[in-house]
Design a binder for this molecule. Structure first.
Ligand SMILES: Nc1ncnc2c1ncn2[C@@H]1O[C@H](COP(=O)(O)OP(=O)(O)OP(=O)(O)O)[C@@H](O)[C@H]1O
Length: 233
């Protein structure tokens, strides 16, 4: 089990500041959700956590140890699994090959697809030999989560897993996320625009608006006024 601490992150694209002093905590065995409209900086935050985007200042730590100097693959080795926005699966590789791309960071003896991943998403088992590009959007999302799980993460980072996905698969993905938390004590960091999905799953909720964290607290404290002010269009 691991925890993640983000403190005071500032991130710029040229002169435009995308993250302004962002701090948050992801606790082991809990689901932490970051809510926010389009363009408030949610993906930038996750990319910074994964080491895919350089920050100007601030720090990110796993179990109190800074990981700022680590390359993305080393952060994965430290226990972070990442499901990017838009899924980014390889359309010409098979489902099995896509899952195997997640194995490169794990020790040689563990380089097999954990049967648990296929139990969690049985559709992947049925489609192992199909090309990633032939899957529906929802199946591709499950594949992206499966690929992240192949890295044996202790903390799973998901960027809008419900985006453009039909309700029945959203439900399956919600069940899978809760199952992972409950059975393995995995920490989950979930970025979402879909309020109800977040409400159903989250233990702790942060709201971002224009690059800043404007609310943070237990999910049950999520206030109607905050939601209206920061999440409505
Ligand atoms: N590579 C980039 N270069 C320049 N500006 C960028 C880049 N990526 C994001 N931005 C800008 O930074 C801001 C934050 O974007 P980001 O994608 O982090 O937001 P988001 O909350 O994840 O939104 P979305 O849900 O649309 O992805 C936006 O104004 C966006 O236009």
């Amino acid at each position: 089990m691991i925890s993640l601490n983000v403190s005071n992150l500032d991130l710029y694209y040229g002169a435009a500041q995308a993250l302004k002093g962002v701090s948050l905590e992801v606790k082991p065995g809990a689901i932490t959700c970051v809510l926010g409209r389009n363009g408030v900086g949610k993906s930038s935050l996750l990319r910074a956590i994964m080491g895919l985007q350089r920050v100007k200042s601030g720090s990110i730590a796993i179990d109190g140890r800074p990981i700022d100097a680590l390359a993305p693959y080393a952060r994965v080795r430290s226990g972070l699994g990442y499901v990017p926005q838009g899924r980014e699966i390889f359309p010409l590789l098979t489902v099995e090959e896509n899952l195997r791309t997640g194995l490169s960071t794990v020790p040689r003896a563990e380089r097999f697809i954990d049967p648990e991943v296929l139990r969690l998403f049985p559709v992947l088992k049925d489609m192992l030999a199909r090309r990633g590009g032939d899957l529906s959007g929802g199946q591709q999302q499950q594949l992206a989560i499966g690929r992240a799980l192949a890295t044996r993460p202790k903390l799973l980072v998901l960027d809008e897993p419900t985006e453009g996905i039909q309700p029945s698969i959203i439900k399956d993905i919600g069940h899978a996320i809760r199952y992972l938390k409950e059975t393995s004590g995995m920490a989950i960091l979930l970025v979402e625009q879909y309020l109800d999905f977040c409400r159903e799953l989250a233990d702790r909720v942060y709201i971002m608006d224009r690059g800043e964290v404007v609310h943070g607290g237990p999910a049950e404290d999520l206030d109607r006024a905050d939601v209206r002010r920061h999440l409505m269009f």
